[in-house]
Design a binder for this molecule. Structure first.
Ligand code: NAG
Ligand code: NAG
Length: 364
């Protein structure tokens, strides 16, 4: 059933977009069809099930609404390019959600902040993780300990429900996923020890971890970021060193650091059982992932499970904050209209998108 709060979520996520877009969007969930039927008497159920792409006049209006709703401005010929990408994505969304509605997919995709990027631009701008080279585990006993700890691990666990509620971030035009995932993983450790929510500076990691081999907004690896923190002398708070989505000179001030990394480790590769144990016992963990498919770019809700999301390459980093019986719960940094309030549920058990290839945690 669609409750009132669901509706708020829907209308919020659609923002100012017109009813015309609802004609397309509403088609993917029967409860939404019913809802909009009630709310907008002009819309009939038949309308909702047509799944037609809008006419060109409708498209002009939708594009205008998209720009307004997502606060987009384009200069010169960029507008035409972005619009073309957006129209292609709109087409994909209609087709995918039609199939999802028939039960062929376990998830829906939708218009979001990234839906005006074509595949090439998306890959160039948004997914900039460089692969961490995997050395032998520094601390092999960690694995041994894990399996000792493996008893009494609950079937489902979600750090958000334990109080780890964090703002929705948007990395914008900066390849800083590595910085957000490590900053959030350390924040989670502070939370676990003190029950306090103290956002940490991803921007410090962007500006300063170049000394450990990262490339600022041009990307970086989880390993280099953790190596930087090994010798940085601390990490500052988000408030003292806020995110600006641009790389600048390193402004780190050791006197204002509030936390030090005391150790870190990498989980055994491609081992989803170890992930489950680590999440429950240690806390939210940073993980690399393959974010290449356009279904990932446009992910909206449900358990993401694209068979074309190969485990053989990774190019993005997220924070795993929990798990259900069938999914990992991942926090992303692509604004509040990507995924389920900025989170993704990803099918467990098949190393989907290489989620278990490189998973790291730090201890503070
Ligand atoms: C919209 O974008 C402009 C220019 O990028 C920016 O100055 C403004 O703060 C943005 N407004 C909102 C509500 O995000
Ligand atoms: C972090 O470690 C450095 C070097 O050992 C030390 O100088 C600094 O005071 C520590 N900072 C915090 C916040 O514990």
């Amino acid at each position: 059933m669609l409750t009132h709060s669901n509706y708020n979520k829907v209308s919020q996520s659609m923002g100012m977009m017109s009813h015309l877009l609802f004609i397309i969007i509403c088609s993917y969930r029967s409860e939404m069809i019913a809802l909009f039927h009630i709310l907008f008497l002009t819309l009939s159920l038949t309308h909702c099930q047509i799944f037609h792409l809008p006419s060109s006049t409708e498209l002009n209006k939708l594009w205008h609404d998209f720009k307004r709703s997502f606060n987009k401005t384009y200069v010169g010929y960029h507008e035409e390019r972005r619009r073309q990408a957006w129209e292609e994505n709109l087409q994909r969304i209609v087709e995918h959600n039609k199939d999802a509605h028939k039960g062929k997919h376990s998830y829906f995709i939708n218009i979001n902040d990234l839906s005006d990027l074509n595949t090439r631009t998306y890959l160039q701008k948004m997914v900039k993780l460089t692969q961490s080279t995997r050395r032998k585990l520094e601390n092999p006993e960690v694995v041994g300990d894990f399996y000792e700890m493996a008893h009494h691990i609950p079937d489902e666990f979600d750090w958000r429900k334990a109080g780890f509620k964090t703002p929705i971030y948007n990395q914008k035009d900066c390849g800083s996923c590595y910085a957000f995932s490590v900053a959030l993983a350390l924040q989670a450790q502070i939370f676990k020890q003190t029950n306090q929510l103290v956002p940490l500076s991803a921007q410090q990691l962007v500006d300063c971890s170049v000394s450990a081999g990262n490339y600022g907004c041009g990307g970086g690896s989880l390993r280099n970021t953790l190596r930087y923190l090994d010798q940085s002398g601390g990490l500052m708070t988000y408030k003292d060193y806020p995110y600006i989505a641009k790389q600048t000179r390193c402004h780190f001030d050791q006197h204002r650091a509030i936390v030090n990394l005391s150790s870190w480790a990498i989980l055994p590769a491609r081992n989803e059982r170890a992930m489950e144990i680590a999440i429950y016992k240690i806390g939210p963990i940073a993980a690399s992932i393959n974010a290449s498919p356009h279904t990932f770019q446009l992910y909206h809700s449900g358990v993401y499970d694209d068979p074309f999301c190969s485990p053989n390459t990774v190019n993005h980093a997220m924070l795993v904050v929990g798990y259900t019986k069938d999914a990992w719960i991942l926090k992303n940094w692509w604004g509040n209209r990507w995924g389920e309030d900025g989170y993704m549920r990803l099918r467990r058990g098949a190393n989907r998108c290489g989620i278990a290839n490189f998973v790291a945690y730090g201890v503070v």
